[in-house]
Design a protein. Structure first.
Length: 66
């Protein structure tokens, strides 16, 4: 399954596969997103969810909590 991410306020969009992170999908498609550790631990890639839901799997890194 594929999901579409909308970046605000730029309005840019990109697709994310169900088996990849938003960061990995953005980087794969040429977007320059900030990141440090690539696993959610440092919080550099943290964003705000405006609509929809997220499945964090069995682990939810503290840096990415609400």
């Amino acid at each position: 399954m594929t999901f579409t991410v909308h970046i605000m306020p730029s309005g840019r969009r990109f697709d994310v596969e169900s088996d990849e992170s938003v960061l990995d999908a953005a980087l794969r498609q040429g977007y320059a997103f900030p990141y440090g550790c690539r696993n959610g631990g440092c919080g550099a890639c943290k964003g705000k969810l405006l609509d929809g839901s997220v499945n964090y799997g069995t682990n939810r890194p503290p840096a990415l909590s609400n």
